[in-house]
Write a protein that binds this ligand. Structure first.
Ligand code: ADP
Length: 344
């Protein structure tokens, strides 16, 4: 039974009336009529007094608190009104409402704390990454000012090094801008029909010098494939493929082979970028998509890597409703693949 103000007042007044009547019964000269009159008046007065005390002073105040909590819950969690009116007892309701509310809020606080620590870590990583090229360029410029400028050969070498550091800084800032845009959803994808064979050939042309320097052979499989028409954002998918191919050249072996393979199914194309390099250790495979995670830190920096490429790629492909699959075998090579919807 639910304990409403009425019931509490009823039990309290009945109890007091019984006690009063029992007491009056022992007082000499009290007639039965007097007992009835005293009983009724005692019951009515105690009922009204206790009803007022319980209802106005306790229940109505509790009810106000409950309504406030209910409003908060409806606003915050979109809970159906019906479910809030199951019980008549505001104390019980208040209790369950507050405990639900506190649980939800605790979850939110935990998530905010997690995000806060993530933000702090990210900020520390970004500052560290920015510091490296800035300090390097600063060092070269100061050495030049301190006298290295007098020798033209040394001056040229130092200026080239300073320029390389500043190029790295520029690439890092650009990658950070893209990453923040894709993460906040600011960078809207412009989907259209694109030919991935054409895009791959353009990237091969662009990376030709880099590949030549490492004597890397670039090829498309199957080699007679005329086109690969998919629905994608051309600029962003260009960035994805460039990152995979560039990484395959950079981290693949000298005189190695980099292949972009296309596989057609009924509704999709699977695109894979494969190399025959040293591969990625098993324990690093799950982490290479994290920001600034590098397996070989010095090789990445030396080749101008920002450590953000794969993090950006993951976001772009997720905006294409796709995801990256990576497999790697030590000294055999690495394969990054993803699937896109076929045009038509
Ligand atoms: P980076 O700018 O350092 O190249 P990425 O996010 O593109 O950053 O890649 C993260 C790390 O994954 C690289 O530093 C490298 O250690 C590793 N990696 C990526 N692709 C390959 C590959 N094809 N073979 C071996 N290691 C790779």
């Amino acid at each position: 039974m639910n304990l409403s103000a009425r019931w509490i007042a009823f039990f309290l007044s009945s109890f007091i009336t019984v006690l009063t009547v029992a007491f009056l019964n022992f007082v000499p000269g009290t007639s039965a009529e007097m007992l009835v009159v005293a009983g009724i008046s005692c019951f009515l007065s105690t009922y009204l007094a206790s009803f007022y005390a319980v209802d106005v002073l306790i229940f109505q105040e509790v009810d106000k608190i409950y309504k406030t909590v209910k409003k908060l819950k409806i606003k915050d969690f979109n809970i159906k009104k019906k479910s809030l009116f199951k019980s008549e007892n505001p104390l019980k309701l208040l209790n369950s409402e507050i405990s639900d509310y506190v649980t939800e809020k605790q979850k939110e606080i935990d998530e905010l704390k997690r995000m806060e620590s993530f933000r702090r870590e990210f900020l520390a990583d970004v500052s560290h990454e920015l510091k490296t090229p800035i300090f390097a360029a600063q060092g070269f410029v100061h050495t030049l000012l301190d006298g290295a400028m007098e020798e033209p050969e040394v001056a040229t070498r130092f200026l080239q090094k300073a320029a390389k550091s500043l190029d790295g800084l520029d690439a890092l800032v650009r990658d950070l801008v893209v990453l923040s845009q894709v993460e906040t959803g600011e960078l809207k994808m412009q989907f259209e029909i694109v030919d991935l064979v054409q895009i791959t050939n353009e990237i091969f042309d662009q990376l030709e010098d880099k590949a030549k320097k490492r004597k890397t052979t670039l090829r498309i499989k199957p080699d007679k494939l005329k086109d690969c028409l998919v629905v994608a954002d051309p600029q962003r998918i260009y960035q994805v493929l460039t990152n995979f191919i560039d990484n395959a050249i950079k981290y693949g072996k000298q005189s190695g082979k980099v292949t972009v393979a296309f596989e057609e199914t009924k509704k999709h194309f699977t695109i894979a970028v494969e190399d025959d390099g040293p591969g990625i250790p098993k324990e690093d495979l799950g982490r290479i998509f994290e920001r600034f995670y590098r397996v070989d830190k010095s090789r990445s920096r030396e080749t101008g890597g920002t450590g953000l490429g794969l993090a950006i790629v993951k976001h772009i492909l997720s905006a294409h409703n796709s995801s990256v699959t990576v497999s790697s075998k030590p000294n055999k090579g690495t394969r990054f693949s993803f699937t896109l919807l076929k045009a038509n």
